[in-house]
Design a protein around this ligand. Sequence first.
Ligand code: NDP
Length: 452
Amino acid sequence: MAVSDHVDLDGFIAGVKRRNPGQPEFAQAVQEVAEDVFDFIQDKEEYHEYQILRRIAEPDRVISFRVCWEDDKNNVRVQRGWRVQNNNSIGPYKGGIRFHPSVTESVLKFLAFEQTFKNSLTGLPMGGGKGGSNFNPKGKSDHEVMRFCQSFMTELYRHVGADVDVPAGDIGVGAREIGYMFGQYKRITNQFTGVLTGKGLEYGGSLIRTEATGYGAVYFLKNMLEHVGKSLDGMRAVISGSGNVATYAAEKVTQLGGRVLTLSDSEGFVHDPAGIDQAKVDWVKDLKTRRRGRISEYVKEFKGATFHAGQRPWSVSCDVALPCATQNELTGPDANMLVANGCIAVAEGANMPTDLDGVHVFKRAKILYAPGKAANAGGVSVSGLEMSQNSERRAWKESELQAMLIDIMQGIHDRCAEYGGAAGSKYIDYVKGANIAGFKKVADAMLAFGVV
Ligand code: NDP
């Protein structure tokens, strides 16, 4: 066997931690993938010879920059911005931009790493990247957000492009922020290109992009349930978050006959035993996007619901759970509680919401468990379709896009089954399946390129 640091898993993980000090989220994401991929590559000499795992765990580049802007009182504010271009072996870098005070280089490196495998799983030609800033849009005026976005893009524009790197939204970056950033890109470059996805419909956006991540996660959940002869009809769902992914996941669960019991934000969760139906979801969407309010306000509007300050919703008894807020929001003890209370399926709308202990609990319990890189890939898939529409200078119909999204989520499910199933058993290890299927395509492209 060629000289390689793929020889033992513990040694490999120790090396990742040594080379990336103070970056726990990145090390966690690499470990989660390596735990599955290691066995798969053991007898594949080429992957060792070409150090594929080592190379895939090293971003192509990490760009860090200063973002200065002036607030409404004319104070100069200084933030840090990043773009992590992780891997472009199968297409231009692609991945969202996150604005949140918790953003660090480690968080963006983990997200860009995950994105690489997620994008590979979709079957579309997209590499992996992620970017963002520790800027907090909460409590800022529209004009402050606009000035920040313009300053951010004034630096970012030189690193992105329709065939280079195509960012999108993520936590704290929705239609408003994408509009401001696209406007600034166009102003600086004098080019109207598909440099961002998640754009408004008036200027090159795609139908169903807003809905795609939440809807896609529920389609994936439906596929998992159907695989074991069950359906969502009548099932009680616990959902965390109350942003883009959570609200559209809640909408689709309700449409498919389930009853949504909870939503949350960073201050706590609401529990509504009567079910958070379409009218209530519409109210939450308006609260979060237009009025920019807090989920605690829900209980003033809807009687019978309770607010649980500072808590996450995993103690509420349910049949299915969809973590749709943020990373590491579901721990080992939470996972044990869900399983003990009868939860049979978990589909991650958020990226890496379950910590490594929680992942191990779900795997040991052999419940239906879809990691984010599989279950939440609907968003980036429709972003990929937005890129195609921009290139063709046309817009597909909603019905066409809905059909494509359903088809893509089914394809991801089947790829997970191919690498995560075992002969003679209905059980699919979706984490293993997603990791290996996502890895293999990127790894084989890297082999084709030689040592670059
Ligand atoms: P939004 O900004 O629309 O909503 C985020 C939600 O999560 C809010 O309810 C927010 O509450 C809550 N949240 C954020 N940080 C924390 C925290 N530290 N603790 C508890 N709750 C928190 O973001 P999205 O819905 O777009 O993204 C949610 C997740 O889905 C993220 O992990 C993202 O990476 C992932 N994702 C998103 C995609 C997309 O298309 N948008 C695509 C694929 C994955 P609060 O308002 O209090 O901050």
